[in-house]
Ligand binder design. Structure first.
Ligand code: MTE
Ligand code: MO
Length: 253
């Protein structure tokens, strides 16, 4: 499944604007690719290619391709007193903070997020535990929210703090860099398949960072913190699973 998406992506680019060699796999495995990589082509162009690839969109699907059931995985209910109270009140008093290295720290309500222009995308979610599902996600793109907050020049990563507690009481968290944060398909989803996001899938708001594996898609996000380094967060590897199970921080597909 994952390979399929990667070949679809590389294939899509190949048929596009002459960027056939965008994927590292493609570059490494073709003769022309090897010549470009190893014949003194300047590093800038190779870097440029990598960035272009990371900015490309992942495939989107048609409504008739939606999975009949979108599984839930990991935490299915944070079940803390605070979260339970918020959920009982249908998240009317819930706020999401955007802070850290920003000029204007924000606290936004669910109504604020719902009032923002939204993107809807039908994408495939790939969990490392061996299942995939196609779902339709709707919510504001992250980029305009970050522009509203005014990221400082020193900001390099966004940390997504979640409401659920994992083994040992440590909170789930995830992080992404600015290339992924500004990607058009990176959204804060509050609708799944045209319905208000349920608790099992991350209510009231979860990250969709479509170029990445499932564990990067933080559910129950209540704070987005802009930081210069991931060193001081959790155990410093950029995410809960990265910390406890050595999952890759860059989980690109
Ligand atoms: N806060 C939080 N986010 C999380 C998890 C979690 O346990 N807690 N599990 C991750 C994993 S491994 C996957 S595959 C997806 C599952 O999302 P879903 O429950 O909507 O299918 O959420 C990710 N985000
Ligand atoms: Mo997962």
């Amino acid at each position: 499944m994952i390979l399929t998406r990667r070949s679809a992506l590389v294939g899509g680019l190949a048929s596009g604007a002459g960027l056939a060699l965008s994927g590292c796999d493609a570059v490494g495995s073709s003769d022309l690719g090897r010549r470009i990589l190893f014949s003194g082509d300047d590093a800038h162009r190779i870097l440029q290619r990598g960035i272009t690839d990371r900015r490309a969109l992942v495939p989107e699907f048609r409504a008739d391709q939606l999975s009949p059931v979108f599984r839930s995985n990991g935490t299915r209910d944070p079940n803390t007193p605070d979260y339970a109270a918020q959920a009982a009140n249908r998240f009317a008093d819930w706020r999401i903070a955007i802070d850290g290295l920003v000029a204007r720290p924000l606290r936004l309500s669910l109504a604020d997020l719902r009032a923002m222009p939204a993107r809807t995308q039908i994408t495939r979610h790939d969990c490392v535990e061996g299942w995939s599902a196609i779902g339709k996600w709707t919510g504001p793109q992250l980029k305009p929210l970050l522009q509203l907050a005014g990221l400082r020049d020193t900001a390099r990563y966004l940390v997504f703090h979640c409401a659920d507690r994992m083994a040992g009481g440590v909170p789930y968290y995830e992080s992404i860099d600015l290339v992924d944060a500004f990607h058009p398909q990176t959204i804060l989803a509050w609708l799944l398949n045209d319905r208000v996001l349920d608790v099992a899938h991350g209510a009231p708001v979860r990250l969709r960072v479509e170029k990445h594996l499932g564990y990067k898609h933080a559910k129950y996000v209540h704070r987005i913190e802009a930081v210069a380094s991931l060193g001081g967060i959790g155990q410093g590897k950029g995410g809960y699973w990265e910390d406890v199970a050595d999952y890759e921080w860059y989980a690109g597909i």
